[in-house]
Design a protein around this ligand. Structure first.
Ligand code: ADP
Length: 765
């Protein structure tokens, strides 16, 4: 059948989701019966097609009402029939047109259309709008870079408003409705305005999209980078042989912790943390912190303990071996040990040794540990002002650690060491908390079975630890602490005692410590006395020991210089008497394995160098060929070793002049003679006090003066003794601050002596 077409009668193809604009070249498939027929007929007749969008894409057999009114007259550029009867079509849009009426809908679609034409009227308004469209398009393309360059050139050179809108709408991927709207609008002005709005929203969307994709990309890049780095790290670890099965060390720690026989509570906590560790990156800082924490738990002695020596005689022997005299103290310690043995785990008081420095408090503590066969740890509390030093910092702190108590228990290696808390009176408190109250919890037998360290976060049982504290004076110890302690006073030593201690203990000990055990060294009594009187001023014997060590070091040097001593491979003459620990903190652990230590075990016997004190100084049998190095230190040679005497032997002047009186003073170093000197000179009745006197002492001086004025008649002195005269009271030893009311009588005596011009007569005469 031959179809004759009127001038504007065209074959129509309904399009499902495509809008074709004039000047747009698009390929698409045609498959529906009537559409295929329309295409075939149009091509056969060499006629353009009328392409129009369907209203609903789901409709398979569209009728007149199912398509939009406006479509595009399009030229067929290419047609290809496919095997399945479908057609592949390439068309180019030519002109917009609106459907007038349908002439055929049964076999194919034929419609009579009315072309919409193009507006040729470019008003300034339109021209401005066109410019806006162009600049927006440029902006859009700048962001998306989606439009091909030839389309961009065409758009930029468009002169007519409709051409511009058609080109832009054809190149920008708009929604179907937006495209339809732009296609259907007749008026060029309205089309341009719509175009501006549509592109503006596209720009917004595109930039938003860019932002999001940018973020996603960065995130992806980071994840990719992390992944890549971890993989690389694994490879490196593999290369180094560090990876294995257990990169975080969690398994190894688990084994270690299992072997510790922890309590249910601690074990549960560890399991939780181990799980967390297993999930962490092996080399991350968090995993390092967690590992450290678990290592702390694994290293603490939870069950390891020594068995106490119950032999009192042996304990006495050890105490005697280590210290001279101190009978009362030793008895007290033995009583204490005995009661502890009888009652087993006693919640007993804590021993507190109070006495001046160098009187053997610390070394007594060590002896107690030796008596009992326990490990020994010492912590100095001097200057501790932060509660966290006792109780630790919470794990969340940078560089957090357990407190001193837990730290030193780890060092002790057993859960029942003798724990010496040195200088308990030197603690102070400030805004960081009160260490004394934390210490109270440590020492209180009612609480210390579940001591909570902030770092550890699990309770630790301190009830088997034997705490011993030391202090220089009792009145600086916080009352609640003192209340829990059993005070054992150690007073200073007399000159006689010092001499004996030096001869029997300090000299032999220092000879060993300075590597002179095989030499023949004798300290004459006169040398020791010279050291005591001229080189030390103390209640204890610490400086005396230091000076002895000083001399012995010089002798050791001499011996090495003369090559008269057998040489050791390692440096024998270690000058330091302290173990290589941080100052103020030391640890002694019995040589015998903790579990194996029996009450009669001699295992720990070799641990202490002081033991050598009991050994006689015999010439070395082991090295008979080595010439014996012999030195006798006499009173006179002391000066050769140590230089000039540091202290004048006695500040006590036998020659009592008027205005001079002596009192006894208590100092941290023990006791001391305190001279008070008064001079009366011409003046205006002023009282001058010099010699670092405290307020109370100044008041004492005023009181003494008033007393003398009040009792001048009874004392037989002139009532106006201050008239036209200045009184100067001086207490020498100027650098040492002095205070307290105890010098009152001395001040009065010195004043009276000065006023009356009569020397004070010492009571002994
Ligand atoms: P403190 O702790 O009281 O300040 P130390 O315990 O440090 O004093 O003692 C200082 C030195 O003096 C130690 O080497 C100690 O062995 C020694 N020492 C003190 N008193 C005696 C004593 N009675 N017998 C033997 N040595 C003593």
């Amino acid at each position: 059948m031959k179809i004759l077409l009127k001038r504007h009668e065209l074959f129509m193809v309904p399009l499902k989701d495509l809008v074709v604009f004039p000047r747009m070249v698009v390929p698409f498939f045609v498959g529906r019966r009537r559409s295929v027929k329309s295409v075939e007929e149009a091509v056969r007749l060499g006629r353009p097609l009328f392409l129009v969008a369907q209203k609903k894409t789901a409709v398979e057999e569209p009728g007149e009402r199912d398509v939009h009114a406006v479509g595009t007259i399009s030229r067929v550029l290419q047609m290809m029939k496919l095997a399945d009867g479908k057609i592949r079509l390439l068309v180019e849009g030519q002109e917009r047109a609106v459907i007038g009426r349908y002439t055929e809908t049964k076999d194919c679609f034929r419609v009579i259309v009315r072309p919409l034409g193009q507006s040729a009227d470019v008003t300034p308004q339109i021209s401005a709008l066109m410019r806006t469209v162009l600049s927006q398009f440029a902006q859009y393309n700048e962001i998306t870079k989606k439009v091909p360059p030839e389309a961009v050139t065409a758009i930029e050179s468009a002169e007519m408003p409709d051409v511009l809108v058609d080109l832009v709408a054809g190149s920008v991927p708009l929604k179907l409705e937006q495209k339809l709207e732009l296609l259907c609008l007749e008026d060029a002005h309205a089309r341009l305005e719509r175009c501006v709005a549509v592109i503006a929203s596209e720009i917004e969307l595109a930039s938003l999209e860019m932002e999001i994709t940018g973020k996603v990309r960065r995130k992806l890049e980071k994840t990719k980078k992390d992944y890549f780095l971890t993989e690389q790290l694994k490879e490196i670890q593999k290369e180094l042989g560090a990876e294995g099965e257990d990169p975080t060390g969690a398994k190894e720690l688990e084994e270690k912790l299992k072997a510790k026989g922890l309590s249910a509570e601690v074990s549960e906590k560890c399991q939780k943390e181990l799980k967390r560790l297993g999930r962490m990156q092996p080399l991350s800082p968090e995993s390092a912190l967690l590992r450290t924490y678990l290592e702390w738990i694994a290293d603490l002695p939870w069950r390891e303990a020594t068995t106490d020596n119950r032999d009192i005689d042996r304990a006495r022997q050890i105490l005697d071996e280590d210290h001279y005299d101190l009978k009362k103290v030793k008895e007290r310690i033995l009583d204490f040990i005995a009661v502890r043995q009888l009652k087993g785990r006693v919640k007993g008081p804590i021993l507190c040794f109070i006495g001046p420095p160098g009187t053997g408090k610390t070394s007594l503590g060590r002896s107690v540990a030796r008596c009992l066969g326990r490990s020994f740890v010492r912590v100095s509390l001097g200057g501790v002002r932060d509660e966290a030093e006792i109780r630790g910092h919470r794990k969340t702190y940078v560089g957090a650690l357990p407190g001193k108590i837990i730290q030193f228990l780890r060092k002790a290696g057993t859960r029942n060491p003798v724990f010496l808390l040195d200088e308990i009176d030197k603690m102070s408190s400030d805004w960081r908390g009160d260490p004394a109250s934390a210490l109270l919890e440590v020492l209180d037998p009612e609480q210390n079975h579940a001591f909570m360290d902030h770092y550890l976060e699990v309770p630790y049982d301190l009830s088997d630890v034997m705490f011993i504290t030391t202090a220089n004076s009792a009145h600086n110890i916080p009352y609640p602490l003192r209340d829990r302690m059993e005070v054992i006073e150690i007073s200073g030593y007399t000159e006689f005692e010092k001499e004996k201690i030096a001869e029997k203990f300090l000299v032999p000990k220092q000879i060993q410590e300075n590597g002179l055990g095989e030499a023949d060294i004798t300290f004459q009594k006169s040398a020791i006395l010279r050291l005591i009187r001229g080189y030390t001023l103390e209640a204890g014997v610490r400086n005396l020991e230091r000076e002895i060590a000083n001399i012995l070091r010089k002798i050791a040097r001499e011996a090495v210089k003369q090559g008269q001593m057998p040489q050791r491979e390692t440096a024998a003459a270690a000058p330091s008497a302290e173990p290589a620990e941080a100052p103020g903190q030391e640890v002694d652990v019995p040589i015998a394995a903790p579990a194996a230590a029996q009450s009669d075990s001699p295992g720990s016997a070799a641990a202490e160098p002081a033991r050598s004190a009991a050994e006689p100084l015999v010439p070395p049998a082991a090295a008979p060929t080595a010439p014996l190095f012999k030195v006798v230190v006499s009173g006179r040679s002391v000066e050769k070793y140590l230089g000039k005497v540091k202290f004048l032997e006695s500040t006590f002047s036998q020659d009592m002049k008027p205005g001079l009186a002596y009192g006894l003073a208590w100092t941290e170093l023990g006791g001391q003679l305190l001279a008070v000197e008064v001079a009366i000179v011409a003046g205006k009745g002023e009282l001058t006090l010099t010699g670092s006197l405290g307020e109370v002492m100044k008041e004492s001086a005023q009181a003494a003066l008033t007393f003398l004025r009040a009792h001048h008649a009874a004392l037989g002195i002139d009532a106006g003794f201050t008239k036209d005269r200045d009184i100067h009271i001086h207490v020498p030893e100027g650098a040492i601050p002095k205070d307290g009311p105890s010098a009152g009588i001395t001040l009065t005596a010195a004043l009276l002596s000065a006023i009356s011009g009569t020397p004070v007569t010492p009571a002994s005469r």
